[in-house]
Write a new protein. Structure first.
Length: 255
C-alpha cells in the first residue's frame, strides 16, 4: 500500500513539474476551469467545496461537459448506471454537482490545503492506485509524477474497471491542473503547516501587519472579500469561524 499521508502529498506537490509536451492540453483545461468559475462558485456556496476543486472534478469526470454529471460523466438527467450508480435523474447540472459533492461530505477536509485537496481527489476517484503502490494518474498525469504509473481501464455498466500497468492516461491530472492554476495565481492554496502556524487574535482597534497577511490569506485561499487593513474585527473573525469552526481568540462570541 502506497503512502497516503499529508507528507506524501506535500512531497508530490513540491517535486511536481509539468511535462512540456502536454503544455497545450494543460493550458486548455485550465482555461475551461476558469471560464466555469461562476457555476462552480454556486456549488461552493451550497457544499463549501472550493470552486476550483469543483471545476477540476468537472474536467476530470466529463471534460467540462455541462450535460454530464460530475459524479461519473454520465448524463445528469438520467439515473447513473456506473459508480456511483442509482443517482438522479436531476433537474440541472448544479443539482447533480451538489449531489456528487455531498456524497463524499464525510471525507471533506476541515481546511482545504495542498495536502487535503490531494487526498480528497484521490478519495473521489478511489484508492486503487495506492493499493497498487503507484502514484495516481488521476492526480498527476501530464506531470513527472504521473509517468509510468499505469491506469484503471474498462469500466462499464456491470463491469468494474481493472488496473493495467501498461496503460497511459491521456487526461490531465487533477493536481497537475491545480498546480497550474496556483502558478497562474488563479487561486491560492496553503500548505497544512501554513494553517498550523497562524496565530492571530481578535483586535478590531489596532493595526497589525501579521493580521494584514492573514486577511489576504483568507481572501486568496477561501474567496472572502475582507478589507486588508490589519484590524481583526467582526468580519475577519466571522471568516475565521467559517474556515476553522470557531471565532478568533479574544472574540467574546467564542465564550
Amino acid at each position: 500500500m502506497r503512502d497516503t499521508s499529508p507528507s506524501y502529498y506535500k512531497k508530490m506537490w513540491d517535486t511536481l513539474a509539468l511535462l512540456s509536451k502536454h503544455k497545450k492540453e494543460i493550458n486548455a483545461v485550465c482555461a475551461k476551469v476558469r471560464s466555469g468559475q461562476g457555476q462552480y462558485s454556486v456549488v461552493e456556496s451550497v457544499t463549501k467545496v472550493p470552486w476550483y476543486v469543483v471545476g477540476i472534478i468537472h474536467q476530470m469526470e466529463c471534460s467540462g461537459d455541462w450535460s454530464r454529471n460530475i459524479a461519473n460523466g454520465q448524463p445528469w438527467n438520467k439515473v447513473t448506471t456506473i459508480t456511483p450508480a442509482g443517482r438522479g435523474p436531476f433537474e440541472s447540472w448544479r443539482d447533480a454537482a451538489i449531489d456528487a459533492m455531498t456524497l463524499l461530505s464525510d471525507v471533506f477536509p476541515s481546511i482545504w490545503t495542498v495536502e487535503s485537496i490531494s487526498k480528497y481527489f484521490e478519495n473521489y476517484n478511489g484508492m486503487g492506485y495506492a493499493k497498487h503502490n503507484v502514484n495516481s494518474p488521476y492526480l498527476y498525469s501530464f506531470s513527472n509524477n504521473g509517468v509510468g504509473v499505469g491506469k484503471y481501464v474498462g469500466e462499464k455498466p456491470g463491469v468494474p474497471a481493472h488496473y493495467d500497468s501498461n496503460a497511459v492516461s491521456d487526461q490531465c491530472g487533477a493536481i497537475t491542473i491545480l498546480y497550474r492554476l496556483v502558478s497562474d495565481k488563479i487561486c491560492s492554496v496553503p500548505y497544512s503547516n501554513d494553517i498550523e502556524d497562524i496565530k492571530i487574535i481578535y483586535n478590531p482597534k489596532n493595526v497589525n501587519e501579521e493580521a494584514k497577511k492573514y486577511q489576504k490569506f483568507l481572501n486568496d485561499s477561501f474567496g472572502f472579500k475582507l478589507a486588508v487593513d490589519g484590524k481583526c474585527g467582526i468580519k475577519t473573525s466571522d471568516a475565521h469561524k467559517k474556515v476553522f469552526g470557531q471565532f478568533l481568540f479574544g472574540d467574546k462570541r467564542s465564550v
